[in-house]
Design a protein around this ligand. Sequence first.
Ligand code: 7TS
Length: 413
Amino acid sequence: MTVAQSQLVHAAPDWRNDFPALRQEVNGHPLVYLDSAASAQMPEAVINTVAEYQRHDHANVHRGVHTLSHRATDAFEGARDKIRDFINAASRTEVVLTSGTTESINLVAQSFCRPRLKPGDKILITHLEHHANIVPWQLVCEQTGAELIVAPIDDSGQIEADTLTTLLDQDVFILALGHVSNALGTVNPVREIVAQAKARDIPVLVDGAQGVPHMPVDVQQLGCDFYAFSGHKMFAPTGAGVLYARESLLDAMPPYQGGGDMILEVSFGATVYNELPYKFEAGTPNISGVVGIGAAIDYLQAIGMQRITEYEQHLHNYMVAQLDAIDGIRLIGTAAAKASVQSFLLDDIHAHDLGTILDHQGVAIRTGHHCAMPVMSRMGIAGTARASVALYNSVDDIDRLVEALQKARKLFA
Ligand code: 7TS
């Protein structure tokens, strides 16, 4: 690390104080939380906004004439506006509120793809994907006779760009790929890949679950047609998320689910669907979760996404360098462009044992296949230990991780 880098890394961790869950001891040690890729902690500002909403403003949205229903609707729709601004969607009608990344991808598979796919069509994904960006496509392939094809990755965990280009032929109906790999941390050159696909008129879905919390995202600049993400990975509650979709595509898509709120008029003869985006939001939504996403965006924007990216990049580089210096470590995922996540194995210690020993020292990491089993089989392993950083982590957290790993080595020696 250069002096400037180390100053940056040491300068920022005030943000940690905004997160009450981090002010606790676990198993007799101050908590070091390195599992934000699975779910991030919430800052006080988000917790308070959600609690205030629950205490004073809760009612169902879009239905009541009474004051609380108006307040709930304003809070919910206000959050939609914040999300539109945060990802620079052209219009609020392009922001569909879902339960999270998983539902967003299933919505596209079932509503955009299923009615149009024919036998012989192909859905192109990559070998890096989370199961949420694999299984919905397998389901729709089974339903339609389409074929799922997979762009390979190299030993570092980087998509093989030339092969991807060759695979993007006229039979590809949609390309779906992650922005950042949750298992390996690879940052894909999404803008360039989208440009290639669009030059061949192929729609693109980006799984942004691990992108949005860590870097500025501008869906118009990326040029993608769909962008899916989850609130709980960006410091908001679980069970609420987003599907960004181009309005022209949403307009032509049938509803994903039927129910209240997605209709203008219902009779047994014919039902008239609601306007965008409500056509895709059947039933009472996760109102407080969406309000929480709005508050998380306020929090992130007050710091600035560019600043967060720079801080986290230095922290990530520090983590990789420190881990790499441990005897017996094997880093899994060594692509040139990476964010947040580092997977590894230590000697022949089982990843779950490693996770347990670290937990005894107050260090929280995730172990296993990370819902990306094909990535693990590509690397010839069953699973990894994975440390993932967010804006509230510091070099001290990384030093504690390294200490805990050294202890684990001694225990198993
Ligand atoms: N896509 C990616 C890239 C993810 O990392 C995850 C969750 C999902 C989709 C699914 O998100 P959900 O909010 O709909 O569940 N990833 C992880 C993880 O890495 N560890 O636990 C969950």
